[in-house]
Design a binder for this molecule. Structure first.
Ligand SMILES: NC(=O)CC[C@H](N)C(=O)O
Length: 251
């Protein structure tokens, strides 16, 4: 299989191979993902040019700002090459802004035009449509712009994952092929904080008929994994990256 060509052999090629996994290195938390991938069993490579993309077996899209990353993907002439590799089945993992970019439809935060329940498409974000999900950017209210939580993530053994959320998105709607791996407690159930904004509520426009709507923070569809949180910021726990490395190996 041509995909396996170039895998780096650990020692003598007897036991393990380490897939080459790229990190989209235009903006955001690149170094942290490179380090977590290395610890998680991959050979990490920053990707800034189409030629670099051609040499990787999988790609991580880091956190940052999805509007800025959209512009840079265009500017570095990477949008189409990345979109094509994804459409051809390249494994990918997106965290936070990376999750936003991997979605099929992206809604603006609740402060955007239209109010809390708005289905306004996010201005300036062009999603890569590798995941059949609707994602809302900046979905948590000001009282919870950034927070941390211990989450059970399906497929990750060894106890909850410590999840760091920074102006994080939420998945509001999933297609039938999408597996929900983790949810958080619904936000906005209590009264709004004094002076705070209206809390987020799920998209009323065709939301899925499951109780977890508005709470989904990790999903997988085939070779594509996405988390609203940043496991790369938690030193000493590479389980999510290790899981992605396994997904790349399995392809
Ligand atoms: N930590 C992050 O990646 C933040 C994501 C950012 N709010 C966005 O929409 O793109």
């Amino acid at each position: 299989m041509h995909r396996r060509v170039g895998w780096i052999r650990d020692n003598g090629g007897v036991t393990t191979t380490r897939p080459v996994i790229g990190v989209l290195a235009l903006q955001g938390g690149v170094a942290e993902h490179l380090a977590a991938l290395e610890r998680g069993g991959a050979v990490p490579r920053p990707v800034r040019r189409p030629e670099e993309l051609a040499g990787v077996h999988g790609l991580v899209l880091p956190g940052g700002e999805s509007t800025t990353m959209t512009r840079l993907l265009d500017g570095f002439e990477l949008f189409e090459p990345v979109r094509r590799r994804l459409a051809a089945g390249m494994p990918a993992y997106g965290s936070c802004a990376g999750m936003v970019l991997l979605g099929s439809r992206v809604l603006d935060d609740h402060r955007g035009r239209g109010g809390a329940d708005s289905a306004t498409p996010a201005v300036g974000v062009r999603p890569l449509a590798a995941l059949d999900v609707v994602v809302r950017r900046n979905a948590f209210g000001r009282q919870a712009d950034s927070f941390e939580a211990d989450l059970d993530v399906e497929g990750i053994d060894g106890g909850p994952v410590h999840a760091v959320f920074i102006r994080a998105p939420l998945v509001e709607k999933v297609g039938s092929d999408v597996q929900v791996l983790a949810t958080v407690e619904p936000v906005g159930q209590g009264p709004a904080e004094p002076g705070g904004r209206e809390p987020h509520r799920p998209d009323p426009d065709g939301a899925p008929a499951e109780a977890s709507v508005g709470t989904i923070v990790a999903v997988r569809q085939g070779p594509v994994l996405a988390t609203a949180f940043h496991p790369e910021l938690v030193g000493g726990d590479e389980r999510v990256h290790r899981q992605f490395v396994q997904m790349v190996r399995a392809c």
